[in-house]
Each structure stands twice: as structure tokens, then as C-alpha cells.
Design a protein around this ligand. Structure first.
Ligand code: ADP
Ligand code: ZN
Length: 529
């Protein structure tokens, strides 16, 4: 570590150069830093990789006292503190991983006014002891990172954040910043209110990541599709592949390795030493593909990740944006690629149904999923849809799959009616409900044991849908689910009609459907230069 230097009273630009080695502030950083150095509160909405750290670290160094940073991620805390110490900043953290001696040393340094920055986990700030202790020293600024965690309607709610509003009373006169990379207009309002920042200035950067190309394909054979996609990328591209379960992570990593891709697994169930080794290979070597659960990536600062692939549907647009945002932090062309299918929709609805929590909680999860599905099924520009979700208006981007090759649509009214009336008949006449597979068998006139045993070959819609393939029917069902015309229920994902189905059955609601794109082989994704 470099010797400790005192930056109090230095110019912000001088600190930026001396501590970080940057010549200039980026985007809104300069305005934010000036505002906070002058004592103002700030709400900062900036995408991942936008440079939020500088916004509170520089004011903390320039103003007298210690900057308090509330951060929920212990791993991230350690990384940031190590990096700061290496740059001659006296930074430390207080968290549950420390021994009493280590904690005492940090506390002493704070009280002696020797700390520039102190990182604390939110649960610690909920205790009277910590608050009293902090009041005995001098704070320069209070930064609340990942501030969206205070939103009960957000995707990442942490109850400990609710108490952070009290810091306003505890430390009057200390400027406070709330920072986040994920904020819809509703979360933004909630954050401002709950963290009690009524007089704060709001700095809202664009959430657009123009160098990321968004692509979403229908899922048929996800691992093969994934290999095809990875092969379409320039040789040696580093990437992250997100999967939902640990098992799927391991199987996918093995499959990719067998196909000659330099792939490693990462999930919370692996030995800490394996995880550390895999992460370090990913960070240090070129062209490693990390197959991971969403446990991976928080605070990973690898600028040249060329692609982020999802082989399972994320639970929310916020999650999708955050995960895909790990691609292309260096500003170079990168791709966010995803496959998703009927199984994803059924599985996620089931997980919501079975999740513990009250009705309001499940409704909220359902709304998050609906927004994600709308992004998947849109026939408009993906980026425009994504940015609109964050309250940002934009025009068609020219750098997403739907802009690059306009999706075909077709009239799905008649097939939708056939399907819905099959479901209605089975329900009304026989009190039965089935999943997608069996319904498709009925519509396509298949002759399975189950159909014969149940006598479903006598239904009036039996064989009426033989003009569509199995794949086509799955696409129809997926899109009807996405639009809430159908509902998947219970453990087996049996299908039932929902209210909007009435209009379709009467022929009053049009049902334009997207023609699925199944991996376009060699003509698939291209990085745009
Ligand atoms: P965020 O927390 O918003 O995701 P970080 O604070 O981690 O972003 O910064 C993202 C990257 O941008 C880091 O690699 C950081 O070093 C770099 N960076 C931040 N500010 C500047 C700047 N003014 N000039 C050059 N690089 C910067
Ligand atoms: Zn577009």
C-alpha cells in the first residue's frame, strides 16, 4: 500500500488524478461531486459501469471527516477497500467477517479521525450501538449504495434498508447520497421518500448501453443454441452464461467444455477454493466463459466481457438489465443473448405460485415476470422497450435483433380459439385440466395412450390443429401465457383460461403473434463495428 495521504481541501480534479489516475470526470460525475462537496444531498441513478464510486469517494476525501458507505455486499466491500488502500486512501470496513480485535482497530482509527472511508453493512446501522459510536467521530458524507434495496416493490428489497432514513436525523448537516443502477420511476420516488431525501438534487444518467446488442431467441435446444452463439463470437471472447440452477450450471459448463469452449462453473454450492480459482481465471485470462448462477457477477469489474448469455429467463427486467450490463464495460461492441421458451414461463409462474409470501408479494413477482415477458415477446425495438421500463424515451436503436431483422408476425386468432375452446371444454364437460404437452397432442390429433384412455379423441377439437407443428403450438401457448390470456397453474403447470380469453373466443380481440426465430446458424449474431 502507498503511504496515506491527506486530501482534505484538495481540488476534486486533483484527487481524481492522484488517487485514481483519471484525467477527467465522466458524464454526471463532475456535477455530482461538486454538489456533494458543497454539502448538498444527491440521488444518483447511473447504470452499472457508469462510475458511481467516484461520486461519493471523491467528496469523502475532499471534505473533512470520514465518508460512511453503506453497502450490502460484503465481497464488494472487501474489493473496494483493498483497491482504495492500494491507492493510498485510508479505507476500512466493519462487518461480520471480522474478529473483535480487527473491529476494535477500525473503530479506534475512525474515532481518531484517521479514516477517509468506512464501509458498513446496512444491518449494522440498525443497531443503536453503531449509531452512537459513529456519532462520536466525524462524518464527511453518507453514501447509500444499491439504494433501490429500500424499495419494497423492487426486485431486491432488503428490510435493513428501511432504517437508513433515520440517518437524516442522526447526522444532520452531513450530505447524503443515494446511488443505484436500477430504478424505475416508481422505485426512484420510493427511494427518495424512504431515505428521506426531499431536498436532494437528482442526477439521472441515461441507462442506455449503446454498445450492447440485445438478442432474444426462442428456446429449442438451449445448449446447442448456446454453442452456436458462442462460436459466432470472435475467437477468444470472454463471456458469462447465466443459468437458474446449480445443476444446470454444472451440466452446461461440462457440455461447453466437451465442445471445446474454455468454460468454468460458478455457483454458491461449489467449494470456496474452486469458486475463487474459477473467478480468478475468468478475470486474469483471455476468453474464459463463466457459466454461473446469478450469485456471480456482483462487483465483478472485468471490462472486456464480450457477451452475457441467458439460458433461463431472468425473473425481472431489473435483473436482466443488471446481468446483461456486465457485458462491454469497456464500451466495445458486445452482445446480450438469451433463449427463452414455454418451459421458462410455466416454471416461473409455478415458482411464484409456490413461493412463500402473501398475495401482494406474489402479485408483485407476477408483474416483474410480465414485464420481462413483454420484453421477450415485443415486435418493437428491444432497447426502446428496456429503456421505457426505466422511464426513458428513445427511438428504435438499430442494434438489437428486432431492429436488425424485423420479426415476422402472423394471425394467431384461429389457433388461439382452438386451443382456448379445448381447454374450456375439458374443464366444463369433464372437470379436467392439462399441461401444454397433452393439449398439443389433442390439437394435433396424436394417438397416445393417454388420449385413448381419456377418450380425448372424441373431443370436437381433436386433430383440428394438425396444420401447426409441435414447436408452433408451443410458441402460441407461450405467447398467450405472456399476454395473460392463459394462466399456468399448480405444480404441473396445467393451463387455464384467464379473463382476456373471452374476447379471443368471441373473435373480438386480435391475436397477432411473433414468428419465432430459432438460431439462424451461421447468419446469427454479429458484433457491430
Ligand atoms: P459503478 O459502481 O457505477 O458500476 P464503478 O464506480 O465501478 O461503476 O466504475 C466503473 C468503471 O469505470 C471502473 O473500472 C472505473 O475505474 C471506471 N471509471 C469511473 N470513473 C472514471 C473516470 N472519470 N474516468 C475513467 N474511468 C472511470
Ligand atoms: Zn433496437
Amino acid at each position: 500500500a502507498s503511504p496515506r495521504r491527506d486530501f482534505t481541501g484538495s481540488g476534486a480534479r486533483a484527487v481524481l488524478l492522484e488517487v485514481y489516475g483519471y484525467d477527467a470526470f465522466r458524464g454526471e460525475q463532475a456535477a455530482i461531486v461538486d454538489h456533494v462537496v458543497a454539502g448538498g444531498d444527491a440521488v444518483v441513478l447511473m447504470p452499472t459501469g457508469g462510475g458511481k464510486s467516484v461520486c461519493y469517494q471523491v467528496p469523502a476525501l475532499v471534505r473533512p471527516g470520514t465518508g460512511l458507505v453503506v453497502s450490502p455486499l460484503i465481497a464488494l466491500m472487501h474489493d473496494q477497500v483493498d483497491a482504495l488502500i492500494a491507492n493510498g486512501v485510508h479505507a476500512a470496513y466493519l462487518n461480520s467477517t471480522q474478529s473483535p480485535q480487527e473491529r476494535a482497530a477500525v473503530e479506534q482509527a475512525y474515532l481518531a479521525g484517521e479514516l477517509d472511508l468506512l464501509y458498513v453493512a446496512p444491518e449494522r446501522l440498525n443497531t443503536e450501538a453503531t449509531l452512537r459510536f459513529l456519532a462520536r467521530g466525524k462524518l464527511s458524507v453518507i453514501a447509500i449504495d444499491e439504494a433501490h434495496c429500500v424499495s419494497q416493490w423492487g426486485h431486491d428489497f432488503r428490510p435493513d434498508y428501511l432504517a437508513l432514513g433515520d440517518l437524516a436525523d442522526r447526522f444532520p448537516g452531513v450530505p447524503r447520497l443515494a446511488l443505484t443502477a436500477t430504478a424505475t420511476p416508481a422505485t426512484h420516488r420510493e427511494m427518495t421518500e424512504r431515505l428521506r431525501l426531499p431536498k436532494a438534487r437528482h442526477f439521472v444518467s441515461s441507462f442506455d448501453r449503446p454498445n450492447i446488442q440485445y438478442r432474444i431467441e426462442a428456446k429449442s435446444d438451449p445448449r446447442r443454441q448456446l454453442v452456436g452463439f458462442i462460436r459466432s463470437m470472435p475467437e477468444g471472447s470472454a463471456g458469462i452464461v447465466y443459468a437458474l440452477s446449480r445443476k444446470s450450471v454444472e451440466q452446461t459448463a461440462e457440455f461447453l467444455s466437451a465442445q471445446g469452449v474454455d468454460a468454468l462453473p460458478y455457483h454458491a454450492g461449489l467449494d470456496a477454493s474452486v469458486r475463487a480459482a474459477n473467478q480468478s481465471r475468468f478475470l486474469r485470462e483471455d476468453g474464459v466463459v463463466m457459466v454461473a448462477t446469478i450469485a456471480f457477477g456482483m462487483g465483478i469489474d472485468k471490462p472486456d466481457v464480450r457477451f452475457v448469455a441467458h439460458i433461463d429467463l431472468p425473473k425481472s427486467v431489473e435483473g436482466y438489465y443488471q446481468e446483461t450490463g456486465r457485458a462491454g464495460r469497456d464500451g466495445e461492441p458486445s452482445i446480450a443473448w438469451m433463449v427463452y421458451g414455454l418451459g421458462d414461463v410455466v416454471q416461473q409462474r409455478r415458482m411464484i405460485d409456490q413461493s412463500p409470501g402473501d398475495r401482494a408479494f406474489k402479485t408483485r413477482l407476477g408483474q416483474h415476470l410480465d414485464a420481462m415477458l413483454a420484453l421477450c415477446e415485443t415486435i418493437g425495438c428491444r432497447r426502446q422497450n428496456l429503456l421505457a421500463y426505466f422511464g426513458e424515451e428513445s427511438t428504435a436503436c438499430g442494434n438489437c435483433d428486432t431492429c436488425l431483422e424485423a420479426p415476422e408476425t402472423w394471425d394467431g386468432l384461429v389457433p388461439a380459439q382452438k386451443l382456448l375452446s379445448t381447454i374450456v371444454r375439458l374443464q366444463r364437460e369433464r372437470g379436467q385440466a392439462f399441461g401444454a404437452g397433452h393439449l398439443i397432442d389433442i390439437l394435433r390429433g396424436a394417438s397416445t395412450d393417454r388420449i385413448r384412455q381419456q377418450g380425448h379423441d372424441t373431443l370436437s377439437t381433436y386433430g383440428l390443429g394438425a396444420d401447426l407443428s409441435d414447436q408452433d403450438w408451443r410458441s402460441v401457448i407461450r405467447q398467450l401465457l405472456a399476454r395473460g390470456i392463459l394462466q399456468a397453474q399448480g405444480e404441473y403447470g396445467t393451463l387455464a383460461i384467464a379473463e382476456p380469453a373471452a374476447g379471443v373466443l368471441k373473435g373480438e380481440t386480435a391475436v397477432p403473434l411473433r414468428r419465432d426465430v430459432l438460431g439462424r446458424g451461421a447468419g446469427a449474431p454479429r458484433l457491430r463495428k
